[in-house]
Design a protein around this ligand. Structure first.
Ligand SMILES: [Zn+2]
Length: 144
């Protein structure tokens, strides 16, 4: 088994194990390796980090901390993908979300996908009336 440090075109780095170097070459040639963070299959070998001697002032990054960062990044990517999909396919109704969702639910207006903002009370009311919707967490926006 051989371990490679890989990176995708979005700059994500991750480690992967292969039977041997030829297996890696074969899999990467057919796009059989994808980035665990964004699904990109344009994967290349990242340079291994040089084993620098640590000065005593170097802050060690704990594995748990690293893992938490990875998980956070993965969630953020999923949220961003979801948000993009919604923004592309759904109609923005701003603060009128609850009102519009209700009109659609009761057949008073054209049935379509919408998104917008709703207050905590409005979302509770919608839930009570059995109107289906889902929340997208607000995260830092990326301009890509
Ligand atoms: Zn990636």
């Amino acid at each position: 088994m051989i371990q490679y440090r890989l990176k995708c075109t979005n700059g994500h780095r991750f480690d992967a194990w292969f039977l041997d170097g030829a297996t890696y070459d074969r899999q990467s040639a057919v796009g059989g390796i994808s980035c665990p963070f964004c699904g990109d299959d344009q994967i290349g070998k990242a340079p291994m980090a040089p084993n620098l001697a640590k000065s005593k002032n170097d802050k060690q990054i704990e594995p748990a901390e690293l893992r938490a960062t990875e998980v956070a990044e993965r969630i953020l990517n999923a949220v961003n993908r979801l948000r993009k999909k919604v923004e592309k396919n759904y109609e923005y109704v701003g603060d009128n979300f609850a009102e519009e969702a209700r009109s659609i639910y009761y057949g008073e207006t054209e049935k379509r996908g919408i998104y917008g903002e709703a207050s905590e009370q409005e979302t509770l009311d919608l839930e009570e009336e059995g109107i289906e919707f889902f929340r997208i967490p607000i995260g830092p926006r990326r301009n890509d």
